[in-house]
Design a protein around this ligand. Structure first.
Ligand code: MG
Length: 461
């Protein structure tokens, strides 16, 4: 009996030690580099995210893989440059393409390790049934299928219990020649459950859904992907946050997202998951260039969404995992959203797919504060659509302005260490560096395009 008890104790301690961490990945939409208290926002208040940074680690050279939504998301979930997986640009409701289900997403990988997986929020890498989250490794999905300024696909599957708003009906959806912009469907799994979605309560409802998922799945490892709809325009905040921030409606939406982060962290604690959960907060790309009431700020970076200047792709990032990620620290070492898949694979004891090229690298050394941690990429590439526009190598960044072979074509070289705002082009002073980096770009781009994999196309059935 005694041996049996000892054996049981040994097994249970093994189980606790071997249980891989839960992962919560919060991904905002078009939030600027500066738009968090802990990243320097002078007016937006984010006490929960600031606390998360105080208990975790801030990444100040963290890059998304593109300056617009769909490619950034395809890259995040596959660990590959978006051009490699053939999602180079924004998808619209008229498209029947998206991320290929043959790609291995973070959710596929973790699900195979026994994780419960949920996508709660904006998807935007294929809205047809065979391309939705439930076809890409997620057990469940609740959210909008693409950006909140888009319309409904008249072929979308409507749930029997669908809630129609603003005078909508099944017949009207089918008969309308042109659907109003900003009227998006809200979906559960493969069906539309509300149309048009009440966007004022989206952040709140995503949060409730996330908390329910944590509660239901606390007994096993879980992966919660929480891509917020805000602050993509049109902006909406619930009545509790509307008009409350000192930074206009944009600030209201960020402060509501901050509240949401606080609720998720509270929920992890309440269900005993706090110590064994890695929480990551970041944005998909830079802010819209709009007036300050509606747009974000990428200060001190140059450029906005749609741009390959830093402001388009360097994003705020905070990571927290008590006892594993050093609290109250920051790193300026280069890391990128494409690095999350290989890093999660390592933490979950999974193997990174070896039958295809994965661009991301394991960044656990950077996350855990290893003193010898190197940038995850010796060369990090900035694509716009199919075009490779820029590369960062150490502190150097080479950028091609205009199209090659045209009169407007020129090369820009910046030293980000001394000139984070990309204000002074020093290409003329460093012709050798320009030449080397340009050559490197051509070589990489050719390799990537020779090995690019096909996009997904919806299949009925
Ligand atoms: Mg976006």
């Amino acid at each position: 009996m005694r041996y049996f008890v000892l054996l049981l104790a040994a097994i249970s301690s093994l189980t606790a030690a071997d249980r891989p961490p839960n992962i919560v990945l919060i991904f905002t939409d078009d939030q600027g580099y500066e738009d968090l208290g802990c990243f320097g926002s002078p007016l937006i208040k984010t006490p929960n995210l600031d606390r998360m940074a105080a208990e975790g680690r801030k990444f100040t050279s963290f890059y998304s893989a593109n300056s617009v939504c769909s490619p950034s998301r395809a890259a995040l979930l596959t660990g590959c440059y978006p051009t490699r997986v053939s999602v180079p640009g924004v998808l619209f409701p008229r498209h029947d393409t998206g991320l290929n289900p043959d790609e291995v997403t973070i959710a596929d990988l973790l699900k195979a390790q026994g994780y419960a997986t949920a996508c709660i929020g904006k998807w935007h890498i294929g809205h047809k049934p065979s391309l939705l989250p439930t076809a890409q490794g997620f057990d469940q999905y609740f959210g909008i299928p693409y950006s909140n300024d888009m319309t409904i696909d008249p072929e979308a599957t409507l749930s029997d219990g669908i809630v129609f708003r603003a005078g909508m009906s099944k017949a009207r959806i089918a008969s309308l020649k042109k659907h109003p912009k900003n009227w998006v469907p809200l979906m559960r799994n493969e069906e539309v459950v509300e149309f048009p979605a009440d966007q004022t309560t989206l952040t709140k409802r995503y949060t409730e859904e996330a908390m329910a998922f944590i509660k239901e799945n606390k007994a096993k490892p879980f992966f919660l992907y929480l891509p917020q709809t805000m602050p993509h325009i049109p902006l909406f905040a619930s009545k509790d946050f509307l008009g409350k921030s000192a930074r206009g409606l944009y600030g209201d939406t960020i402060e509501e997202i901050d509240w949401s982060v606080g609720q998720v962290l509270r929920s992890l604690k309440e269900h005993g998951a706090d110590e064994n959960t890695l929480v990551i907060f970041t944005s998909d790309n830079g802010p819209w260039k709009l007036d300050r009431g509606r747009g974000g700020s990428a200060y001190p970076l140059r450029g906005y969404k749609f741009s390959t200047y830093e402001g388009g792709m360097r994003v705020p990032c905070v990571m927290r995992w008590p006892g594993k990620i050093p609290a109250g620290t920051a790193t300026d070492t280069l890391a990128a959203s494409i690095d999350l898949l290989p890093t999660f694979a390592k933490l979950a004891g999974a193997t990174v797919p070896n039958d295809r090229v994965i661009d991301g690298r394991d960044i656990w050394p950077i996350m855990s504060g290893a003193p010898d941690a190197k940038p995850s990429h010796e060369h990090y590439y900035f694509y716009k659509g199919q075009r490779l526009v820029a590369v960062r190598h150490g502190d150097w960044k080479l950028r091609q302005q205009g199209r090659r072979g045209t009169a407007k074509y020129s090369l820009e070289l910046y030293h980000l260490g001394e000139d984070i705002g990309e204000t002074t082009n020093v290409a003329d002073k460093h012709p050798k560096i320009v030449e080397q980096l340009l050559k490197q770009m051509h070589t990489f781009d050719k390799q990537l395009k020779d090995q690019a994999r096909p996009a997904g196309k919806h299949k009925e059935g």
